[in-house]
Design a protein around this ligand. Sequence first.
Ligand SMILES: Nc1ncnc2c1ncn2[C@@H]1O[C@H](COP(=O)(O)OP(=O)(O)OP(=O)(O)O)[C@@H](O)[C@H]1O
Ligand SMILES: [Mg+2]
Length: 343
Amino acid sequence: MTQPENSPWPTPTASRLIAVANQKGGVGKSTTAVSLAGWLAIEGARVLVVDLDPQANATTGMGVDPRRVSTNIYQILVEGALMEDGIEPTGLKNLYCVPSTIDLAGAEIELVPAFSRELKLQKALEGVEGEFDYVFIDCPPSLGLLTINALAAAGEILVPIQCEYYALEGLGQLLRNINLVTSSLNPELRLTGIVLTMFDPRTKLSSQVAQEVRGHFPGKVFSVSVPRSVRLSEAPSFGQPIALYDPNSKGAVAYRQIAYEMAHQPPAAMGSAVNIESVPIASPPAAESLAREVAFEPNDLPPIQQPVVTYQPVEPMNEESAATSEDWTPPATAPDEREGDRS
Ligand SMILES: Nc1ncnc2c1ncn2[C@@H]1O[C@H](COP(=O)(O)OP(=O)(O)OP(=O)(O)O)[C@@H](O)[C@H]1O
Ligand SMILES: [Mg+2]
């Protein structure tokens, strides 16, 4: 997996459509989608993030104001607007977004009587996906029709799991739904991997959960757990992926490693059709921590190439107002907090 220094990351021969899904709320789906998309874009891939959550966290997290766009995902799925009209540039070159809106909350119900209601997203993406190397679909925290649309459209699924006690609860249900989708709507769907999020090396519980998840899904969990990071939680309020906001923070480095692994591992190598009958609820496992989680050194990674990155603030979205990332002034943060984050 080691690459010669500064060698460009490979781009896939065919576009990869990746649903980021877990019906548990707040586990890091949007953060994972935006962070991976940001790094892959910086490393030269053309990346689209389709925001399929009425909360529009991925949209705002990429600096796009849902109130200022002409076409959103609700209009595309429910009103038949064209996907190509919904694609918005972001402040990061190569990174695009199809914005969501709160209206999407009604789509779960409005789509019920629709013809081929599970395939609306798949149809809408036809003809557009080929323009991109990666299309991430940020799912809402439910297993409803929107998530089913994402699973029906995607070739791969990425499941973020938060390193906390109830981490595996509900996962069995998610996997059963994935199995249902593979057996009926989309036999091609593969589990690309599990991303462990909000890992806290100071707590035994985090290590225990990470160990438990790795035990249940051998070969399916990315090698690095994403640590809890103040910088990751700040980035969305500045409308920037972490790769722009603070590329050297611990969370950014972890997501870069995961993006690197994704880019260098063809989906077939990592994923297999999901077929996991039952996933037990996390029980308190032996109090043994994983050295890998605690002392991660990203040895495999080539250094960050200084990208030509432009950052455009949310308003106004035009060429003239573009500023380089060097112009960006980080917000005032307590010095000890920032220090801790990079340690
Ligand atoms: N590694 C992390 N360290 C610290 N904060 C994080 C981390 N990952 C995510 N967060 C923060 O946790 C909250 C939940 O994350 P996020 O929105 O990505 O989860 P989600 O699964 O998309 O949530 P939802 O289910 O509501 O869509 C956000 O405030 C986010 O900024
Ligand atoms: Mg989200």
